[in-house]
Design a protein around this ligand. Structure first.
Ligand SMILES: [Zn+2]
Length: 657
């Protein structure tokens, strides 16, 4: 564990991992005996996303997420078991809670009155479903189909529903949410141990229940909740000694469970188990760009190349796990990982207007048609085309990806400071040590540029530590405070702390140098990827969007209109010398994650590899071993950020000069 070193007013200390020092934050962190974390989530509404991130959320509100009540048969209010006072009716499983988990946050992050009003309509009714004994929600989940045709209590749908209730409480302070959760967990505590989390998703994903038990304990201090937490851990699938499931979403969601439990036990073996889980998945199935691992539906031995895909649910769950683990550990590597998925993988899961989504996104994916790609991907049927009516779990669950991301841009530190944890244009209004309210505006073209500018506003001067994350790819950043350069000796991943008295009009700038680098994936036939800062770059492939639905919202297949089978010519000793910036827009578009608005393009030399073709089912062919044979002419190709590329080659073979 590193130590955050404030070098007195005006200085900047560096630490590789943020430690939990002090207890001066006005915000509720972990309560004793839970381990005090080094970062505390700010209440929803504290952070106003701006720029491209705000546009993502606005597009969501106008897109399928904001209109799921019209598009999804599961989100019909009338007759819905989630809102029926006696919990009877249809659609009582995961879909509505998945949607509300994002939709409620979307409303409060954007302060969008239409979304908030519709959210409250659901929340009010959900609050009214609680029984005398504490159970709430659809009654059918009490007698779900379990193993060997036995009936079981299925807690999974309510695990998800806890999250929008928590957000609702943060936004409104309505005690009814706390009371409902307290009575509900009391009911859970009375379930006979062998009937708690007996099987199925709930057993594998018990970490979600655990997070809400701790959340409630931090707010009420009722000690019996910690007993329930311990039992919840014991009854959750064992993620401590092994990877409990190779299902993509299960893994993305619950590899973190041991690290969550570490907060209660303080035994570092649990923390190490989560790190070991992550490393195991990424070593075997994540030797590709984009921050995900191939699991299309499950990760399968022998299917680990860049054409294997990740489910949209896995992306948003992985991001949430990263955000949670950063709060628990203070290790900025989790935030680098969240950015990797958010910038490079998630945007391509949806159309640029966020009016359609698909189930599976891969680093190499050159045609998005409706035909089945099984058995090359595990899941049979249409998984690649964009459609707002399909893909059941992802269609609802993707809603929380960007809102939770926006809520994690800034976090409070226990000593009463504020940390810039994920970089994006935003404005944070928060309390610091002593209770004074400060406002910090963050202007940046990040992740397309490495320049970030902060300006401060406060009623009167106030001293607090400003903590800035330095990403792992960054060289030594340059930092200025009010135009004066501040010495920064360290480089690479960590945290910079500037502890001084801040006053209105103060300005801080930080510049993270972004070098072009070539990553080599030995495990995947010595393929390479081009990276610059947090972004990976993909081949720019001509896109032909073909609408195929005739009624309602359009659905699309996307076909390539230009060659995609290129191998790169890279100078092994100085790879960056073979790549140049071809175009760079200073003004990042509202929706930069589209081919037409890509803020930056790279140029480099390549040759086509004639033997590398599409499969009969339209899937991209297996990546050839590098160096790959090609005597085709040398051409100059254009690369765009991976998140801008719906059709993409992101892991390339290398060809001779
Ligand atoms: Zn899904």
């Amino acid at each position: 564990m590193g130590i955050s070193v404030g070098q007195g007013p005006g200085g900047a200390g560096f630490s590789p991992v943020l430690a939990a020092t002090g207890a001066n934050s006005p915000y509720q962190g972990n309560r004793d005996p839970l381990l005090r974390g080094p970062l505390i989530k700010l209440p929803v509404g504290s952070i106003r996303p701006e720029g491209w991130l705000r546009t993502q959320l606005e597009l969501m509100a106008g897109g399928f997420t904001g209109h799921l009540a019209e598009l999804s048969k599961f989100c019909k209010f009338q007759g819905n078991a989630r809102v029926d006072p006696s919990g009877e009716g249809s659609a009582g499983w995961e879909e509505v809670p998945y949607w509300l988990k994002g939709y409620v946050d979307l409303g409060y992050v954007l302060k969008d009155q239409r979304v908030i009003a519709e959210s409250l309509r659901w929340i009010e009714k959900v609050l009214a479903t609680q029984r005398e004994d504490g159970y709430f929600g659809p009654r059918g989940n009490l007698t779900a189909a379990g193993p060997r045709n036995a009936r079981m209590i299925d807690l999974w749908p309510n695990m998800i529903m806890m999250f929008p209730l928590r957000t609702y409480y943060e936004a409104t302070g309505d005690r009814r949410a706390i009371d409902l959760m307290t009575r509900y967990f009391r009911w859970q505590a009375a379930i006979p141990p062998d009937q708690l989390l007996p099987a199925s998703w709930q057993k594998i994903r018990g970490g979600d229940n655990l997070d809400s038990i701790y959340w409630l304990y931090d707010r009420t201090g009722e000690k019996w909740l910690l007993d329930l937490a311990a039992r919840n851990h014991d009854r959750t699938a064992d993620w401590t000694n092994a990877v409990a499931s190779w299902h993509g979403v299960n893994f993305a969601q619950c590899f973190r469970e041991p690290a969550q439990y570490y907060q209660q036990t303080r035994d570092s073996k649990f923390l190490r188990a989560t790190e070991r889980n992550y490393d195991a998945a990424m070593r075997q199935y994540g030797q590709v760009p984009g921050g995900m691992f191939g699991a299309d539906e499950n990760a399968r031995p022998g299917y680990a190349g860049p054409r294997q895909a990740a489910e949209t649910c896995s992306m948003v769950e992985f991001m949430h796990s990263d955000e949670m683990l950063a709060r628990i550990t203070g290790d900025p590597v989790w935030l680098d990982r969240a950015e990797d998925v958010a910038f490079n993988s998630l945007p391509a899961a949806m159309t640029p207007d966020l009016k359609g989504l698909h189930y599976l996104t891969a680093p190499n994916q050159v045609q998005l048609d409706r035909s089945s790609k099984a058995p090359m991907v595990q899941n049979d049927g249409d998984m690649f085309s964009y459609n707002p009516y399909q893909y059941r779990c992802c269609q609802h669950n993707v809603a929380f990806g960007w809102p939770y991301y926006a809520e994690s841009l800034w976090m409070a530190t226990p000593e009463g400071g504020l940390a810039a944890t994920l970089y994006a244009p935003s404005k944070v209004t928060a309390k610091v040590a002593g209770g004074a309210t400060v406002q910090i505006a963050e202007e940046t073209g990040y992740p397309f540029t490495g320049d970030v500018r902060f300006s401060f506003a406060a009623a009167s001067p106030v001293r607090f530590p400003l903590v800035l994350r330095t990403p792992g790819w960054s060289g030594t950043p340059s930092l200025t405070v009010n135009g004066k350069s501040v010495a920064v000796s360290a480089s690479g991943r960590g945290w910079l702390t500037v502890d001084r008295q801040w006053r209105s009009g103060d300005r801080v700038t930080i510049h993270f140098p972004m070098k072009i680098v070539v990553a080599r994936w030995e495990a995947n036939r010595d393929s390479v990827s081009v990276q610059r800062g947090p972004l990976t770059y993909s081949l720019k492939i001509g896109e032909n969007w073909k609408a195929y639905a005739t009624e309602g919202w359009p659905a699309y297949e996307v076909y390539p209109t230009s060659a995609w089978n290129y191998g790169l010519i890279v100078d092994a000793s100085r790879p960056e010398a073979s790549i140049r910036i071809g175009k760079e827009t200073k003004q990042v578009a509202g929706q930069p994650f589209a081919q037409a608005t890509a803020p930056i393009e790279l140029k480099m030399k390549a040759r086509r590899i004639p033997a590398w073709k599409q499969e009969a089912n339209g899937m991209v062919g297996e990546l050839p071993q590098s160096p790959a044979a090609s005597s085709d002419p040398v051409e100059e190709i254009t690369l765009i950020p991976m998140g801008c590329a719906r059709l993409r080659i992101s892991a390339f073979p290398v060809v001779p000069r």
